[in-house]
Design a binder for this molecule. Structure first.
Ligand SMILES: [Zn+2]
Length: 313
């Protein structure tokens, strides 16, 4: 799948081109604008805004966004490493408002799929440990050197650690395509000897159940530990997206064509659909929550360089 004109190549990570979708930049601008809204409101119609407070909010929001950006990037690189271990290649990584995409492919079977799917969420373990170490150092030996910046760093560390847990949990526990959990469930079903159609039917059942639970969570009817999502337009989009992907999978089950779905095609596909919860933009008011899903395209074209075959359109 070639890069779209809406993507900008920003740099290379480990030799892999990293692209950013223009909508991600717009999304950041929107989140920053929301975070600053309180400062403008406090200033009133004729008063001057508190520029110091506005700068502090902008700094925290930007740092929070950068942490999320690199957390997702490392997650995607984990998928890329997994693909490389099983003999595959990665064409590029794309970061967009709905998450991260690692366009990689391999010619392996369910075991390879399982490894590639797990490799992304596993990166959150060392990331959490690194942020934890920084948090401890901030409270100890670095406290004097950081001075007034200490509380800011401590707050960012807490935010980053929480982000690792939420991203890992969402990707591992929500059995909806295109999240990693869907790939894991399908791989395990296939390793257990289930047919592609049976595995897909099982996946659809799990997904429908999960979507209803997430809707109930958004409505405040149930609380799901670790992966609770509140009502927010982006979260609504996330659930709608997963429902649409589930509908597509169900359609392919009904016509007995599940093998053309990316979940069952081992040859070449974008891997590493993530759910982002773009965590709280840690403003002074603490009221700006942005969320989104990091996902991969569904059964769209997924041909990439170096892969033995490409998926049908
Ligand atoms: Zn992933």
């Amino acid at each position: 799948m070639g890069a779209s004109p809406w993507e900008l190549k920003v740099f290379e990570a480990c030799g892999i081109p990293v692209h950013v979708h223009i909508c991600l930049i717009l999304y950041f601008a929107w989140a920053l604008s929301n975070a600053e809204a309180g400062v403008k409101a406090e200033a009133g119609m004729h008063g001057l805004p508190d520029y110091s407070k506005a700068a502090s909010i902008a700094l925290r929001c930007t740092l929070g966004f950068m942490i999320l950006f690199f957390t997702i990037l490392i997650h995607e690189l984990g998928h890329c490493l997994g693909a490389k271990i099983v003999g595959g290649k990665t064409q590029r990584i794309l970061l967009w408002p709905l998450g991260g995409l690692a366009f990689c492919g391999h010619g392996g079977g369910p075991k390879s799929d399982l490894l590639v799917a797990l490799a992304g969420p596993l990166t959150h373990v060392p990331q959490w440990l690194a942020w934890r170490a920084l948090s401890v150092a901030t409270a100890g030996s670095l406290a004097i050197r950081l001075g007034t910046l200490g509380p800011v760093v401590t707050s960012l560390c807490a935010q980053a650690m929480s982000m690792q847990i939420m991203l890992a949990a969402f990707n591992l526990l929500v059995p909806c395509y295109p999240l990693d959990c869907s790939k894991i469930v399908i791989s395990l079903c296939r390793l257990a000897g289930a047919s592609a159609n049976s595995a897909a039917l099982f996946m659809c059942s799990l997904s429908v159940l999960c979507i209803f639970v997430l809707i109930a969570s958004m409505a405040g009817k149930v609380h799901i530990p670790l992966i609770a999502i509140g009502f927010h337009p982006i979260n609504v989009m996330l659930v709608c997206w997963m429902a649409y992907q589930t509908y597509q999978l169900c359609c392919q089950v009904s016509v007995n064509e599940v093998k053309s779905h990316p979940l069952f095609n081992d040859t070449c596909q974008p891997c590493g659909g993530e759910t982002l919860p773009l965590r709280q933009c840690d403003s002074a008011r603490g009221s700006i929550t942005a969320g989104g899903v990091l996902s991969r395209p569904s059964s769209s074209s997924a041909s990439c360089e170096g892969c033995p075959a490409s998926l049908p359109q």
